[in-house]
Design a protein around this ligand. Structure first.
Ligand SMILES: *Cc1c(COP(=O)(O)O)cnc(C)c1O
Length: 444
């Protein structure tokens, strides 16, 4: 036998390691890769690929774990709907007792459609339109998180004209670098989100004097995929200081929305810890008598979902081996948008233990950015072999497009022994069903 090169210490986790680290996945000797015991090959046989699969069991388990950690500090969980806004996902969250954090009128209506009570809904976002503010006021949601002086005036005028008074929190920008990818950092001074610390106290006092709003507290959300606690602690320390100075000047502060952002282990980095987050919240705010809430999206939904794909072909160009899948960046955008690393696991039990070689895993879309993984150790995969792209439950299907006239992929929910299609594959004709050709153009 040839001597093997030593494994570099920064080597990617192997296929067995990826499966072992994800309790809902297992590799069955005959059925291959299963999710909650359901063979993923059975789903792919019935529905085809590409296909999103989300586990209700994992969603529930993660929500329970988060709620248990937050119970100690009395914080309520508001699921960030944008991570995965499918009605079936929202139903699982609603049934588990989560409220919702929404960032658009569409998400507000989705949350209501899924049965989430208005008094459990919080509305964030830098550019809420007057129509969205009216919808929020008519629905009677719990709280609007206001992100600028301009929005504050707009909201007060809109609410006053409707004879209402909106409960608001000011979203502050604590100028903290969350140490995450630049495209998902939201709490630095140069980011578009929130109100500068220097302006917050003045604006809070201004809000207290306006007819259409009632300031009830503060909100802070510094970014996404945060796995260390230091950025949270820094943001919370600044928030505590502000609560103190607001109260010292006679202003009431009752609620604090601590945002989302808790990260997950896509590769082999540790998951963000709900217990550690609750600890940081307790240490900063425990003595202040505030009603606390959090708005996680990724931590709840990310590990619950995956994307099934089939190999179209394998090609070699120069020295590089390419595995071309039938899934692409229009389905899962995260690798091209954020250079995100996603685990890849073959569905076949034979492929899962075969010798591996580095390959670039790509989609068929006509962009070099349509790349899921570079130099990834994978077995030789024949055409039609299937793979699961792991941890795709958050910021996956919601960011899909139909670029290259590729219909939206099917979606399936697994729940114990049950599984069901929760969105059929989009028929190709649907892509142009709403397109109108002006009648001055020559008829076909
Ligand atoms: C996106 C977002 C969240 C959720 O972020 P995750 O990283 O998915 O937890 C929470 N709050 C606000 C205001 C957001 O914009």
């Amino acid at each position: 036998m040839a001597a093997l090169a030593p494994t570099p210490i920064d080597a990617d986790p192997g296929i067995a390691d990826l499966i072992a680290a994800r309790p809902a996945l297992s590799m069955h000797a005959i059925d291959g890769l299963t999710l909650e015991g359901v063979p993923l090959n059975a789903i792919a046989d019935a529905v085809g690929t590409p296909c999103w699969v989300i586990s209700a069991g994992v969603l529930r388990a993660r929500l329970s774990e988060l709620q248990a950690a937050m119970a100690g500090v009395g914080a309520h969980v508001h699921y960030a709907v944008k991570a995965n806004d499918h009605l079936a996902v929202l139903r699982v969250m609603q049934a588990g007792g989560a409220g919702a954090d929404v960032v658009s009128g569409g998400e507000l209506l989705r949350a209501r459609e899924a049965g989430i009570a208005p008094e459990r809904i919080v509305f964030s976002g830098v550019g809420k339109t007057v129509a969205e503010l009216c919808l929020a006021l008519e629905t009677g949601i719990a709280q609007l998180n206001v992100e600028s002086a301009e929005e504050l005036e707009m909201l007060s005028a809109t609410a006053a004209a409707m004879g209402r008074r909106a409960r608001i929190a000011l979203r502050i920008n604590p100028d903290v670098d969350a140490g995450t990818h630049a495209k998902i950092a939201t709490g630095r001074a140069e980011d578009k989100f929130g109100i500068a610390m220097a302006d917050a106290a003045g604006l809070y006092a201004r809000a207290a004097g306006l007819p259409g709003v009632e300031p009830v507290g503060l909100a802070v959300h510094i970014g996404s995929q945060i796995t260390a606690m230091a950025p949270y602690r820094a943001a919370f320390a600044r928030t505590t200081e502000l609560v103190g100075s607001l109260r010292a000047s006679g202003l009431a502060v009752q609620t604090l929305d601590c945002g989302g952002g808790l990260g997950i282990g896509y590769r082999d980095e540790p998951h963000g810890s709900p217990k550690a987050l609750a600890g940081a919240m307790g240490a900063a705010f425990g003595a202040l008598g505030l009603r606390l809430m959090i708005e996680p999206g990724r931590w709840l939904a990310g590990p619950a979902g995956l994307l099934l794909a089939s190999v179209v072909l394998t090609k070699t160009t120069g020295s590089r081996r390419f595995v071309v899948l039938d899934a692409a960046m229009n389905d899962l955008l995260r690798p091209s948008l954020y250079d995100a690393w996603h685990g890849l696991a073959p569905l076949s039990p034979v492929d899962a233990v075969a010798p591996t070689f580095p390959a670039d895993v790509v989609g068929p879309v006509c962009e070099s950015g349509d790349t899921f993984a570079r130099a990834r150790e994978l077995p030789v995969l024949a055409a039609h072999a299937r793979v699961a792209i792991l941890d795709a439950g958050a910021y996956g299907s919601v960011m899909s497009s139909t670029y290259n006239a590729r219909p939206l992929a099917a979606e399936v929910m697994v729940d114990g022994v049950n599984w069901a299609v929760i969105r059929p594959r989009q028929p190709v004709e649907a892509l142009w069903a709403n397109e109108l050709v002006p009648d001055w153009l020559a008829p076909r």
